[in-house]
Design a protein around this ligand. Sequence first.
Ligand code: BTN
Length: 253
Amino acid sequence: MEELPVSRAVWCGKHWIYLDEVGSTNDYLKKGDFPDGTVVIAGRQTAGKGRRGKSWSGAPTGQALYLSVLFHSMKPDDMGLLPLLCGLAAARTLGDAARIKWPNDVLLHQKKVCGILCESRIQGSQVSAVCGIGINLNQPAAFFVENDLPHATSLLSVTGEERPVLTEAGMLLDELEPILDQYRREGFAPFLPAYQALCATLGRQVQVIRAQQTVTAQAVSIAPDGGLICSKDGETFVIRAGEASVRGLYGYL
Ligand code: BTN
């Protein structure tokens, strides 16, 4: 067990578990019986999960943050919004240059520095969310070349700043707790302006890749339910995370 992360958070991470190695921090929280706000941090993941069945592991201990947090008493609508709220919290810890690629990838200089996977967990009548956040902190630029990750980067590679994993964990929980408190009281509306201000997808041409077809549209704004409002030929439509994959026409955005 390492030292507690320095954090002002009261309930988010009050109960926390550090594991030197685990398959996936998300899976760990999905299996046990833990209180609201429980946080799991791992030094290494051996079967870390990304979105769309991709894997998320690989960085040596101390170079990346692998953190999952459990939120109890969630409603189905929350599952579409939590990724955006976690993205907002993560972006705020990564400095003024951090931007969000809808719905929740955090970018530095148009490369991915943080990925988020929120999953639901149902136990009896209790619906909970497991929000997994992976942040590339201290990998050198060569790590991404050697691992054929041309669209990924780390805080160190971009800023030259080395940040201990538990310091980042504390910063993240400090951002996440007030966001969750306010969200539980007031919903997503108060976060829309801040999210939109950081969302690098807006105002860009995006390819909406659906199973049957790919269309090019303009990303316009964020819907109250967290969907991406797009326009094409004067018509607007909303796409939801998981429904379509949005790729910028140029570069990673
Ligand atoms: C993505 O962008 O594909 C999502 C990546 C999510 C990775 C994090 S790391 C901590 C947590 N545990 C997992 O197995 N996945 C998430």
